[in-house]
Design a protein around this ligand. Sequence first.
Ligand code: PEP
Length: 251
Amino acid sequence: MRKPVIAGNWKLFKTTSEAVELVNGLKPLVNSANHCEIIVAPVFTVLTSVNQAISGSNINLSAQDCFWEEEGAFTGEVSPRMLVDAGCSHVIIGHSERRQYFGETDEMVNKRLKAALKSGLTVIVCIGETLAEREANNTFDILRTQVSGAMAGIAAEDLKGIIIAYEPVWAIGTGRTATDQQAQEAHAFIRRLIMELYGADAAQGIRILYGGSVKPENIKGLMGQPDIDGALVGGASLKADSFAAIVNYDK
Ligand code: PEP
């Protein structure tokens, strides 16, 4: 039985006081939610404050990225060990905004994934096709390349520390969600890829989240699909009531 995950990616939003206000507003709205794991992913600078604010609650802390070295002369980077030190249990890697604006490649995603797993973080690995790739009927080829690139050299026993997020780039921040069927089709394909690489048990165990304009209005339909195990939420995670409504999709 795969426990669903609802994760909020706050992107480049929220100062310390705004971030603390958001989680303080969220806590009472989700404190009875046992059906899913709840994660928030703020910017690096507010991780420690948010960690203090969520202490004793059912909300988990994630960073939005990490570097692959533990320490050294790498100005501007943050290592997995430092994220653990700041209170993170999770980290997002390979988000399409990192791929699009910061030249993130599958090889870099793979290096980050290995380093984060080594530090004991649970890693949310983002994959997904662009609109041009979908329109050229390349979606499945792109997903295959991204999954095999990210997972290169990853052992089956490491899969328990990995969550995949399928985020079609054309649906992120656009208000244009994949239909339940489009998302399900991609998720089933990704699960098949994991089966080819690691076998049926691994494929049945891995959680695959959908991301791309998830809102309170569309979460139920998405969660009704057999291969969708949760959501990675951007815009709608920036307000306590809308994120709580997504977390409480079972009500
Ligand atoms: C995201 O940031 O991962 C995301 C899916 O954003 P949005 O929900 O705003 O489309």
